[in-house]
Design a protein around this ligand. Structure first.
Ligand code: DAS
Length: 349
């Protein structure tokens, strides 16, 4: 059977190459880019995850000028409802497609709420140099000045671009190209919502890519993590730091089975004196404590600065925000529970 599939895909790729266009597969998962509102003025009030992938593709006929495009509906959900199981399912589907010789690039349409988490996860576990590009939109296609059509066109253009290879998993919205590692949703309601603290990698304008920097951290084929060796992620939770802090959430997470708790600390990952003893106790029970920061927009948590991490055997998340730190911890803990190994991983990925 495998030979038949391989032969079919080879024939497909030959046909596509006959007219010189690359083959791009669009995996649809839901979100606003598949959303629909009651009227053209509803740019913010709408239902996400309504429009199927074949209608998304039909809505942008110009995609055919960029690539041979076909779609698959992997999920149809708002991305705030993504689970780690969804991440693993999506990762395995992307990896299988990337192995096919008749696939040159992959686009994933995704809700914007957790797009940054899926992009970072795939950046860690995929073993391909082919472009994998996540895309979403801030307005539904039914609204005036909807951004989904051009965002999808740009994503297919990047996925079809030879110079987008070996750059890790990419994210494109609002004409910018970001690394899946750095980018996060930094605003609500605005079409320029996605930002990277260290800046985008480049831009996509009228179907052409323009690059200005390359990723600095390990990803995809240079990563020690592999989706083919992953069936589930480790349970990791996030506790948000603020004034009047209490240890309640941290204790509850540990009782719920968390193998690590990400502390979204104030400032440089600071921990309230009301919480430190609980984190020390949880570390003693084998729970990993990882200090991140609620501060967004640049900088990083410095080891042994606000807290004696060496003495407490804690980990710092470096520049990863809490939601990205959770993804790396959930993947890393499938391979090691050793603090020094985890800290190395947080410095390298
Ligand atoms: N709820 C949001 C999501 O699915 C809608 C969006 O912005 O895509 O992530």
């Amino acid at each position: 059977m495998k030979n038949v599939v391989f032969l079919a895909s080879l024939l497909l790729s030959t046909a596509a190459l006959a007219d010189g266009k690359p083959n791009v597969v669009i995996l649809a998962t839901g979100g606003t880019i598949a959303g629909a509102g009651a009227g053209v003025a509803n740019s913010a009030t709408y239902q996400a995850a309504k429009v199927p992938v074949d209608k998304l593709i039909a809505g942008v006929p110009e995609l055919a000028s960029l690539a041979q495009v076909r779609g698959e509906q992997v999920f149809q959900i708002a991305s705030e409802s993504f689970t780690d199981a969804h991440l693993v399912t999506l990762g395995k589907r992307v990896a299988a497609l990337a192995r096919q010789p008749d696939v040159d690039g992959i686009v994933i349409t995704h809700g914007t709420d957790t797009l940054e988490e899926s992009a970072f996860f795939l950046n860690l576990v995929l073993k391909t140099d082919k472009p994998v590009v996540l895309v979403g939109s801030m307005r539904p296609g039914t609204a005036m000045s909807a951004d989904g059509m051009l965002n999808l066109y740009n994503a297919v253009a990047v996925a079809a671009a030879k110079d987008a290879r070996a750059k890790g998993v990419l994210v494109t919205l609002n004409d910018e190209i970001h690394t899946g590692r750095d980018v996060s949703k930094a605003a609500n309601l605005r079409t320029d919502a996605f930002k990277s603290p260290w800046g985008p990698l480049g831009m996509i304008v009228e179907g052409k890519t323009y690059w200005f920097r390359s990723p600095a951290k390990r990803h995809t084929t240079a990563s020690e993590f592999d989706i083919d060796q992953l069936d589930r992620l480790a349970p990791v939770e996030i506790a948000y730091g603020a004034g009047n802090a209490s240890p309640t959430a941290y204790k509850a997470f540990a009782e719920g089975g968390a193998r690590a708790v990400i502390h979204a600390g104030t400032g440089n990952g600071s921990v309230s004196s009301a919480v430190v003893p609980t984190l020390q106790a949880l570390r003693g029970q084998g729970v990993q404590i990882i200090r991140s920061s609620r501060v967004v927009g640049g900088g990083f948590v410095l080891r042994n600065a606000e807290q004696p991490d060496d003495k407490y055997d804690w980990v710092v998340a470096h520049d990863l925000n809490p939601q990205k730190a959770r993804i790396l911890a959930a993947v890393a803990l499938t391979r090691t529970g050793d603090t020094k190994a985890l800290q190395r991983m947080f410095m390298e990925y």
